[in-house]
Design a protein around this ligand. Sequence first.
Ligand code: CA
Length: 647
Amino acid sequence: MRKNFVLAILMAMSIDVFAQSQTVESPDNNLKVKFEITDGTPLYSVSYKDKQILEDSKLGLVADIGDYSQRMTLVRSKTDKIHKEYSQDRIKVRNVVYDANTLTVDMRNENKQDITVEFRVSDNAVAFRYKVARAGDTGCLRVMEEKTGFKFPSKTTTFICPQSDAMIGWKRSKPSYEEVYKPDAPMTEKSQYGHGYTFPCLFRIGDDGWALVSETGLDSKYCGCHLSDLNSDGAYQIALAMPEENNGNGTAEPAFALPGYTPWRTIVVGDNLKPIVENTAAWDNVEPLYEPSKNYKFGKSTWSWIVWQDNSMNYNDQSTFIDLAGNLGYNYILIDAGWDTNIGREGMKKLSNYAHSKNVEFFVWYSSSGYWNDIVQTPINIMDNPILRKKEMKWLNEIGAKGIKVDFFGGDKQETIRLYEQILSDANDYGLMVIFHGCTIPRGWERMYPNYVGSEAVLASENLIFSQDFCNNEPFNACLHPFIRNSIGCMEYGGCVLNKRLNKGNDGGTTRVTTDAFELATTILYQNPIQNFAITPNNLDEKPDFVIDFMKNVPTTWEETKFIDGYPGKYVVIARKSNGKWYIAGVTASKKEQTVTLNLPMLGKGKIVTLINDNKDKQPTTSSIKIKNPQKVKVTMQGEGGFVIMQ
Ligand code: CA
């Protein structure tokens, strides 16, 4: 009797302990997430091939209506599977098959308020989000703090970029995801501004693996988040937008109606860099939010401003760049800031007719502001206002514009994310595509918003003109982006500078350190469905025909992307396929010659392919090469050079 009584207690205890701890594994069983509630605190941990990627890290959030992060109890949990197939026409891959095992955990706080954590674990990615239930009469909440943590083992090193102070930089337009990365830095290092780090954040867990942390599914119902500096638990924590952003206007506390969801937190995991480059975590768990109003067409564009700068904002220079686009067979020209005063609205109609006579379509620049910076580049004060914005978009549609580029946003507050969504939604009504600059990163937006075609959110090509330091670091930066920024979404970089000198005459200003083959390779390494290239009219005469032919023919949309070789900040080789043809592109940050031996099974034994790289004098050269052994293709890159192989 007494023995049975003890046994009954033990059983009750073990059931209780069991009930508070759950695991979910990826379909291939390599990636595991363990969830448990310890002393009322919900925690999760992540392992890959039995190596610890995240140690016990906190979950939960604190809202104005209640604390969903402590004194929690498990109500129930459930596992299931997801299988999903979808197609995208503007990301790194065309057709995606997504298989994941799910774990849904319902928890309750001491005031009997319910919150659910939904985990989805695919072979190389963990995605999770919170769902907060309606709490009786309470139909909405404000999130004061998200406790979600990412506690990496102490051996972890970081490839991360600081969150800037708000209201600093050019015309007080930061933060804008335009800060500098440090490679392989220890976790103990404090962030430059003390505000943590912007997504995506890449971590190397010694020799055990890699993890890329970001978020997706962000729409007008939340703010953009970033990671804090290490907190007192030794974890990076989800940080909400900062109160000083957006000129201090608008709350930093996101709010949503109940029941409601937070965006997905994503952790891409691998024991090598392949899943870091190839993953589709940003799109796997989001859906289109509206139908496209038309069939949006992507392609290449000329852009006078990037090398010829403000002085080129006149009718004649824009006509010259329309001619350039026409000569190259490009679809578009991007007409940048100042068109309203220097060309005028009547002039724009004339320019539109001229462009159409050359079979060239056009994008038009706007500032997003507004009251959140000191921008003087015009037009301003249109895109932030729904009345003026819709009138303007109607006019753009009438003169035949195909898209807008909207610049200088005010940060990541929910109020600003709402503006992004409103601009996208309104633009779709008028058949316009949208590129964002001076902006936040995309978070699943290629799939969510059918007329969205790119974001800057990186220290982009314009900095080559502004600073020699940036020129000197171009090779290093190029070797980071495919692993980090460009891995989670479109990167509108404005690249491929063929001028050696960064001015109109190609005879002054800063000096590019990369080779031409390097620049050509970036057109493939950097992915954005519309590419505004920095090619200028003088390049047509100055560069060999095969370079110009490459610029005419390089695709901007891809069916497949494969990581071939590389290390963040050192060198990178990526293969992308378009229209059934493979393009393999590589660049190196090394100042010395580097030979890589590549496994390129897609090329096929005995096949003849075209190679563009640099000769010993760092001048571009091309040759036909026969692939003797596709598993061991040797290519030499000159210092700060690159190559492209084309089928
Ligand atoms: Ca910028």
